[in-house]
Design a protein around this ligand. Structure first.
Ligand code: FAD
Ligand code: SF4
Length: 349
C-alpha cells in the first residue's frame, strides 16, 4: 500500500490568508482542495510538498452567484457533483454539467472541486506510476529525471492535459479569477494554459483560482463528448467541447476545443471556421470534423493507441455537432474494428 509522506496541513479561513501562507512557505507549499488528484500524486512522490494549504475552510470559494443573463460565477471550491446538478448550470450550460458529471466516480466528484479540475496535473503513462516503477526506468524529466521517455530527443515534456471541464469552459469563453500577493486578476481560461507538460498553467505558484465566470448564454449552445476506455470511470483520452451560436438555423459563431490531445486544451479554429455562416448540414459537419482532426496530435503516452485517438477526433466532433444540430447520431464507427492492428489503422489514415 502506498502511504502519504508526512506534511503540515494549514487551514486558512480566507483567500488572503491562504495567499499569505503560500507566499510564506514558498516552494515547500501547495494548495489542496478536494485532494482527489493531489493526494494520489503525493503517494507516488510526484509532488513532495511539506506544507499543504487547504481551501476547504474558505466559505467564499463554495458559492455560486451571478445570473444566466449577466454571467454565472462558480467558486473554485464548488464540488463537481454540485456543478453537475446546479439548476442554472444544468439548464443553461449543460455541456459543463455533463463534463463535471463525467469526471471519475461519484465519491471523487463529491470531494473534487471545479478549481481542482481546472488545475489538475497533466498525465503520462511513464509518470502516473509509483516511485519504484518510475525509478526502475530511470525517471523522466517531469519528476526526478532529465529526459522524456516518450520523445527522448525532446527538450520538453508532452504529458497530457486531462481535465474534462477545461475544454468546455474554454469553448464557453469562461474567465477565471486568480488571487495572488499582488491582488486579484481575471483572465480568459484560454490564457491559463500553455502547451508544456510540466509548466502547463500560466500562473504563479502562489496564485489561487478563486472563481470561474461563465459569460451570459447569449444564444450559445454547447456540448461535450468524452472518449475513455471504461464508461464507469476513466480520465479522458479525448475530450471534444463544441459551442455554436445559431441564428435560426445558421451558425453565426463557433468554438471547438479538444481535450487530452496535447499538454493544453487545444482549439480547432479552422474547424470552427467551416461552420460560420453555414447551416449545420451533414456535409458541413463532415467538413468541420475533418478539419478538427488537424490540431489533434495525441502521442503514445496515455491509454488507447494514438492513431485511434486521432481518428476518433473526427468521429466525436461530428457526433457533437450532430447533437447540436438536432440530427440523429451518425453511423460512424467508434469501436475498434475486430482484428485490426494499430498499424493498419495508421495506414488507413
Ligand atoms: C481514479 C481517479 C479518476 C479520475 N478521473 C478523472 C476524470 O475522468 N477526469 C478528470 O478531469 N479528472 C479525473 N480525476 C482527477 C481529479 O479527481 C479531478 O480532476 C478533480 O476535479 C480534482 O479536484 P480536487 O479538488 O480534488 O483537486 P486537488 O487534488 O485538491 O488539486 C489538484 C491540483 O490543483 C491544484 N489546485 C486545487 N485547487 C486549486 C485552486 N483553487 N487554485 C489553484 N490550484 C488549485 C492543487 O494544488 C493540485 O495541484 C481522477 C482522479 C482519480 C483518483
Ligand atoms: S511526456 Fe516525457 S517527460 Fe513528460 S511525463 Fe511523459 S515521459 Fe515524462
Amino acid at each position: 500500500m502506498m502511504r502519504l509522506p508526512p506534511f503540515t496541513y494549514l487551514a486558512p479561513r480566507g483567500v488572503d490568508e491562504a495567499v499569505r501562507l503560500l507566499e510564506e512557505h514558498g516552494p515547500a507549499a501547495m494548495v489542496v482542495a478536494g485532494g482527489t488528484d493531489l493526494y494520489p500524486n503525493m503517494k507516488r512522490r510526484q509532488f513532495e510538498p511539506t506544507v499543504l494549504v487547504g481551501l476547504r475552510g474558505i466559505k467564499d470559494l463554495g458559492a455560486v452567484g451571478g445570473s444566466v443573463r449577466d454571467g454565472l460565477t462558480i467558486g473554485a471550491g464548488v464540488s463537481l457533483t454540485r456543478v453537475s446538478r446546479e439548476p442554472d448550470v444544468a439548464t443553461h450550460y449543460p455541456a459543463l454539467a455533463r463534463a463535471a458529471a463525467l469526471v471519475s466516480t461519484p465519491q471523487l466528484r463529491n470531494m473534487g472541486t471545479l478549481g481542482g479540475n481546472v488545475c489538475v496535473d497533466t498525465r503520462c503513462n511513464y509518470y502516473n506510476q509509483s516511485y519504484e516503477w518510475r525509478k526502475s526506468i530511470g525517471f523522466c524529466m517531469k519528476k526526478d529525471g532529465d529526459i522524456c521517455l516518450v520523445a527522448p530527443g525532446s527538450s520538453r515534456c508532452w504529458a497530457v492535459s486531462s481535465s474534462d471541464t477545461a475544454p468546455v469552459l474554454w469553448s464557453l469563453g469562461a474567465d477565471v479569477t486568480l488571487a495572488g500577493p499582488a491582488g486579484a486578476r481575471r483572465v480568459p481560461i484560454a490564457a491559463l494554459y500553455q502547451d508544456d507538460g510540466i509548466r502547463f498553467l500560466r500562473k504563479a505558484p502562489d496564485e489561487i483560482v478563486t472563481e470561474i465566470r461563465l459569460p451570459p448564454v447569449d444564444g450559445w449552445r454547447a456540448t461535450y463528448w468524452k472518449l475513455r476506455r471504461r464508461g464507469a470511470f476513466d480520465f479522458p483520452v479525448l475530450g471534444v467541447a463544441v459551442a455554436v451560436r445559431l441564428e435560426g438555423d445558421v451558425c453565426r459563431d463557433a468554438r471547438i476545443v479538444l481535450g487530452a490531445v496535447a499538454s493544453t486544451p487545444r482549439e480547432a479554429p479552422e474547424a470552427a471556421g467551416c461552420l460560420v455562416g453555414e447551416r449545420l448540414t451533414p456535409e458541413v459537419i463532415t467538413r468541420a470534423a475533418a478539419a478538427a482532426a488537424g490540431p489533434s496530435k495525441p502521442l503514445d503516452n496515455t491509454d488507447l493507441v494514438y492513431h485511434y485517438r486521432k481518428r476518433m477526433t473526427r468521429v466525436y466532433v461530428a457526433r457533437a455537432l450532430r447533437e447540436l444540430a438536432g440530427l440523429p447520431p451518425s453511423a460512424e464507427r467508434d469501436v475498434w474494428p475486430p482484428g485490426m492492428t494499430a498499424r493498419a489503422i495508421e495506414e488507413r489514415g
